[in-house]
Design a protein around this ligand. Structure first.
Ligand code: GLU
Length: 290
């Protein structure tokens, strides 16, 4: 009897050990037992078994909060790939809404651990934060009402008569200033793109400008109302924002993205989300390890 009990305990211990060992290798299990360099952000997050991810809540296909109460989209899926590699379970992600204007602030003040939010890599932003990536390249375009024939591209704003909406702190809001005749009367700025879409729908503005893929998301949700006017007129490489000095974390994310490009998870993330809305994924971009 006693021998039986000892044997049973030994068997249970072996089983438990075996499971723990397996868990350590499987980033998706969230055992906390992955090993990362001491003192690194990866180690801190893995030990805490939770992470705060900044994303958009109003952009279909990239980051949109739906009935599930959680944001869904390509940015969200890319963030999940990174979180999985950190050994943190998906349900331990706290998604924080990060409209365009507050992205750098939220990274700098530590209210998010990373930002995946249609976030164009550029030198001005790099003065305050750092970017891993790119993991996608979008381009600025213009959304108009389906029956509009007067706006055919950014040059259509040069005569000073048309109003265009964009979002504060975004690259398209800056770029369109090169085309409008009078910024004060023609450029309308909100904090989120869904407010611009509503303003277009109810006739307060004549157009919305931002990245093509964001606009394609709005078209997919309301094909009877909207269309794109013309071709992309900028290049918007999307990066993952992290703290400026955190080179190890940036390198970890770059490695993770390259792995995702190669193993099909990046393409799957696209096909499941924004890929359904008519935009092209294209070839995997070259990671910029500056
Ligand atoms: N990709 C552009 C940017 O980072 C526009 C989209 C956005 O506002 O998130 O500014």
């Amino acid at each position: 009897m006693r021998i039986k009990r000892v044997a049973a305990l030994a068997a249970a211990a072996t089983l438990a050990f075996g499971l723990a060992a397996c868990g350590g290798d499987d980033a998706g299990e969230g055992t906390g037992s992955k090993s990362f360099p001491a003192g690194s952000t990866m180690e801190r997050l893995n030990k805490a078994q939770k992470i705060k991810v900044g994303t958009k809540f109003d952009q279909p296909g990239f980051g949109q909060k739906g009935l599930s109460g959680k944001p869904e989209g390509f940015d969200v899926e890319v963030a999940k790939i990174i979180v999985k590699e950190l050994g943190i379970p998906e349900d331990k992600i706290e998604f924080v809404e990060t409209p365009s204007k507050v992205r750098e602030d939220k990274i700098v003040d530590g209210s998010v651990d990373l930002v995946a939010a249609t976030y164009t890599i550029n030198d001005k932003r790099k003065e305050r934060i750092a970017f891993a990536g790119p993991y996608y390249e979008a381009g600025q375009n213009i959304l108009v009402k389906k029956d509009d024939t007067t706006i055919t591209g950014p040059d259509s704003f040069k005569d000073g008569t048309k109003k265009v909406c964009s979002v504060t702190g975004s690259t398209p809001a800056e770029k369109i200033k090169e085309y409008v005749k009078d910024v004060a009367t023609q450029l309308v700025l909100f904090d989120t793109y869904d407010k611009c879409r509503d303003a277009l729908k109810n006739g307060q503005v004549d157009a919305v400008t931002t990245d093509n893929v964001i606009l394609l998301g709005y078209i997919a949700k309301d094909e009877a109302s909207f269309k794109l006017a013309g071709d992309n007129f900028t290049k918007e490489p999307y990066g993952i924002g992290v703290k400026k000095e955190d080179t190890d974390f940036r390198t970890f994310i770059n490695d993770t993205l390259e792995k995702a490009f190669a193993d099909g998870s990046w393409k799957k993330a696209w096909d499941d989300t924004a890929g359904k809305f008519g935009a092209e994924l294209g070839a995997a971009p070259t990671i910029n390890r500056y």
